[in-house]
Design a protein around this ligand. Structure first.
Ligand code: SAM
Ligand code: DTB
Ligand code: SF4
Length: 334
């Protein structure tokens, strides 16, 4: 069972970090992860880059394109989200997108050089009939020769198996913040609910994409708690999206203080060191970042991005800017 039991005990807090094997045979105590955050910036980056090169080719970056297939009107109260029916965010709601329109987006993403197509729906969880429609989308997109990922909220019994049968490669379900902070951000479901869905996904044989958001007012210890929870999954998620909060007017988190950009880079580096074989995704918030800040994130071990002009409801960096950045840095898309 996936649980929140990694929280440090006084006795275990001083244990030294796990070796970079990719297997969580040593648990990452929160204190050990905090100690990584406390390293001098250049030492942390050097160590992250070393770890990265032990497991991946430097400069190779995987690209996924996102599409919102059902937008807004969500019953949940996630404090950062434009799509919650409980926040007044001026978002235009949309019913589920028809298959042919989804396929048009997927073909365009493939033509632009994306290897994975990720579909998101603003649901607490899918109804069985909605799930059947999404499974059909997965089947058709697989035929285009693309990898698939969906993020549909919490899954009920048998739903992960249906997605696996359709050939789904990844299920995205973030734990978003440190265990002790979860109820300050979301009250309509618990972290344990999220972990239960991740377990269903794992048991169905689908790869896990799970990460969180940096910049929601959390402390460095909070960031360490989030990363320890991810790194202690057995195995850790294959894909770890690190989102920088995109402040959405009308949400409870619209007006928080901006984080120090170097702390965001530190979060990427710590994710890389603690999850050496996972793809670490530089996710939401890139549009607001300079090219230089993104380069630091790649140096810190980020090796995947969302590619294309939109995330789900928020803008993303446009593909032209990304192409120029890849060329200037000698990055190669995979
Ligand atoms: N309803 C599904 C769920 O909650 O898993 C899927 C969609 S939800 C929008 C997917 C993830 O996007 C969230 O878990 C969160 O990590 C990220 N996200 C949502 N709004 C964000 C924002 N304003 N800034 C950064 N990340 C955000
Ligand atoms: C993830 O971790 N980030 C993506 C994807 N998984 C689904 C979503 C980011 C959403 C950013 C805000 C928006 O577009 O509404
Ligand atoms: Fe709904 Fe997902 Fe947004 Fe939460 S993050 S309000 S579950 S769409």
């Amino acid at each position: 069972m996936i649980t929140t039991s990694h929280l440090p005990t006084a006795q275990s807090a001083n244990r030294s970090p796990a070796p970079a094997t990719g297997k969580p045979d040593t648990r990452w105590e929160v204190a050990a992860v905090e100690a990584l955050f406390a390293l001098p910036f250049l030492d942390l980056l050097f160590r992250a880059q070393q770890t990265h090169r032990e497991h991946f080719k430097a400069g190779e970056v995987q690209r996924s394109t996102l599409l919102s297939i059902k937008t807004g009107g969500c019953s949940e109260d996630c404090g950062y989200c434009s799509q919650s029916a409980r926040h007044d965010t001026n978002l235009t709601r949309a019913r589920m997108m028809p298959l042919d329109e989804v396929l048009e987006h997927a073909r365009a993403a493939k033509a632009k050089g994306s290897s994975r197509f990720c579909m998101g729906a603003a649901w607490r969880g899918p109804k069985d009939k909605d799930l059947d429609a999404v499974a059909e989308m997965v089947r058709e997109i697989k035929k285009l020769g693309m990898e698939t990922c969906v993020t549909l909220g919490m899954l009920g019994e048998g739903q992960a198996e249906k997605l696996a049968e359709a050939g789904l490669d990844y299920y995205n379900h973030n734990i978003d913040t440190a265990p002790e902070n979860y109820k300050n951000i979301i009250t309509t479901h618990t972290l344990q609910d999220r972990l239960d869905t991740l377990e269903k996904v794992r048991e169905a044989g689908i790869h896990i994409c799970s990460g969180g958001i940096i910049g929601m007012g959390e402390s460095q210890a909070g960031r360490a708690g989030l990363i320890a929870q991810l790194a202690n999954m057995d195995p850790p998620p294959e894909s770890v999206p690190i989102n920088k909060l995109v402040p959405i007017p009308g949400t409870p988190l619209a007006d928080g203080a901006e984080i120090d950009p170097f702390d965001f880079v530190r979060s990427i580096a710590v994710a890389r060191i603690t999850m050496p074989t996972s793809y670490v995704r530089l996710s939401a918030g890139r549009e607001q970042m300079s090219d230089e800040l993104q380069a630091l994130c790649f140096m810190a071990g980020a090796n995947s991005i969302f590619y294309g002009a939109r995330l789900l409801t928020a803008d993303n960096t446009d593909a032209g800017r990304d192409e120029r950045l890849f060329e200037r840095l000698g990055l190669v898309s995979i």
